[in-house]
Each structure stands twice: as structure tokens, then as C-alpha cells.
Design a protein around this ligand. Structure first.
Ligand SMILES: Nc1ncnc2c1ncn2[C@@H]1O[C@H](COP(=O)(O)OP(=O)(O)OP(=O)(O)O)[C@@H](O)[C@H]1O
Length: 240
């Protein structure tokens, strides 16, 4: 089957205690595609991508990544998928360069730390401890760490939240080059601009299910912008 999706999620369910967060998520990502994952705070975006990346266990449904179930093959997944964690949980004392070298050492052919430091505007901060970096610098480091192993699939969660416009552009440019090199990406984002700029297709998660799945321009059709379309899709009656 030439059209097999690289990432295939069907009927994905997940609850935290009595709270049913995912009620049956279906999504596919094809090789070389950039998929955006949109949705309100708490909708379950991080839960979804962390089930794909093998960082959380699902309750039900099927997930395959290049034919592997992340629940069964964590090692295979780790080689295939670069994941940016939403809150980068790095040791406070680790230096930026050390972190890149450490993560890189888990892979056969890592991107040299120096190259990533330069690419992500961290060259002057290479010897700073994680806790000494600004929020935006920590964010850039977390994206760089996700990419250090030259993954075939990159899962980036709020990758440019809190970044200044030029840092954001720089990252977009880098991801565009990765896309051109064939890397498949899943991007969780609240930025409609980012979704429009980078994503071939977006899914909107709301109420535990996918409520839209289309290219950004198609979603925006008949609306003033993608944001207007998104707001209409996810609008809820205010609770008095
Ligand atoms: N480990 C956990 N234990 C209990 N509840 C959790 C846990 N992780 C997430 N939740 C809850 O599950 C829901 C979905 O969380 P998730 O982080 O997946 O949402 P999100 O769409 O990524 O949100 P945001 O846009 O705010 O980052 C939220 O209501 C959250 O409080």
C-alpha cells in the first residue's frame, strides 16, 4: 500500500481518572507532511502527541508509527521520533552545550552541538546552565534537543510560544529546510499564523474528538481568516 500513513491513529481514547480527555481521535500523517494540531487549552493536544511519541500510555484505540506501536516498541520509536516536551524538564544545572551533547550521544549520527547552537541563536549561551537561560532560550534549546538525532519524524509542542518574531522566523526557516529534506512533522500550536505558514494540513481537537481536518487554506475558506474559522469551530456558549 503506497498510501500507508506514516502515523496512523484510530479511535484513540484516554482518561485521567474520571476525566475523559480523548474520546476517539482519528488522524493520519503521511511521510513528508507537516500536520498542525490545534485546539483550546486542555483539549488534549499534548496527550494525543505524547501517546503517538510513546511518552504516555493510551486507554484504547490503535496507534502505529511507521508500523510500530509506541506502547510496544519504545526503543524503535526513540530512534524514529524527535519529541519536544511541552515543559522542557531538563536538570537545572546542565549547560546548553552539554545537554545537546548528552542527547546527541544517544544517536548514531547526531547533529553537532555547535551547529545547533548557532542555528538556534544559542552560540553565546552555550556554557550557561539551563536555569540561567531566558524562557525563549530554553524554548529554543528544547526544539534543538528534539532535532539533534536527525529524526525522520519531529513532534514539536508549542515550538515557538514565547519566542520573539525573528527567533520564530529562524525556527520556521529551519523547519522548512527539514521538510524539504523529507522530515515528517507534527506541530502543536496556538498560532494560526504558524499553522498557515508551515502546515500542509491541520486537525482541530475539541471535546475529545477531531472536529476538522483540512489544509489551512481550505479551513479558512468562506471566513476572513483561519483564526475566524477556528473560533467558529470551537466556539462555546459562555457559562453564566
Ligand atoms: N497527568 C495528568 N493527570 C491528570 N490530568 C491530566 C494530566 N495530563 C493532562 N491532564 C488533563 O487532561 C486535559 C488535556 O490536557 P493536555 O495537556 O493534553 O491539553 P492540551 O490540549 O495540550 O492543552 P494546552 O493547550 O493548554 O497545552 C486537561 O484537562 C488536563 O488538565
Amino acid at each position: 500500500m503506497g498510501d500507508m500513513a506514516l502515523i496512523d491513529v484510530t479511535g484513540l481514547t484516554k482518561s485521567y481518572g474520571a476525566h475523559r480527555v480523548l474520546k476517539g481521535i482519528d488522524l493520519q500523517v503521511h511521510e513528508g507532511e507537516i500536520l498542525g494540531v490545534l485546539g483550546p487549552n486542555g483539549a488534549g493536544k499534548t496527550t494525543t502527541v505524547e501517546c503517538i511519541g510513546g511518552l504516555r500510555t493510551r486507554d484504547g484505540g490503535t496507534v502505529t508509527v511507521d508500523g510500530m506501536d509506541p506502547a510496544d516498541e519504545p526503543q524503535g520509536l526513540r530512534e524514529l521520533v524527535g519529541m519536544q516536551l511541552q515543559q522542557c524538564r531538563l536538570p537545572a544545572k546542565i549547560k546548553a552545550r552539554e545537554a545537546l551533547e548528552l542527547f546527541g550521544s544517544f544517536y548514531g549520527d547526531p547533529v553537532p552541538a555547535g551547529e545547533l547552537l548557532t542555528r538556534f541563536g544559542l552560540a553565546d549561551h552555550a556554557e550557561k546552565r539551563f536555569e540561567q537561560l531566558s524562557g525563549g532560550q530554553q524554548q529554543r534549546l528544547s526544539v534543538a534537543l528534539a532535532l539533534v538525532g536527525r529524526p525522520r519524524i519531529a513532534i514539536l509542542d508549542e515550538l515557538t510560544t514565547g519566542l520573539d518574531p525573528s527567533a520564530r522566523r529562524e525556527i520556521w526557516r529551519y523547519l522548512t529546510a527539514l521538510r524539504d529534506a523529507g522530515v515528517t512533522m507534527v506541530l502543536v500550536t496556538h498560532s494560526m499564523e504558524e499553522a498557515s505558514y508551515l502546515c500542509d494540513r491541520v486537525v482541530v481537537i475539541d471535546g475529545g474528538v477531531i472536529v476538522a481536518d483540512a489544509p489551512p487554506a481550505v479551513l479558512a475558506e468562506g471566513h476572513r481568516s483561519l483564526e475566524e474559522a477556528y473560533l467558529e469551530l470551537t466556539w462555546k456558549e459562555p457559562v453564566a
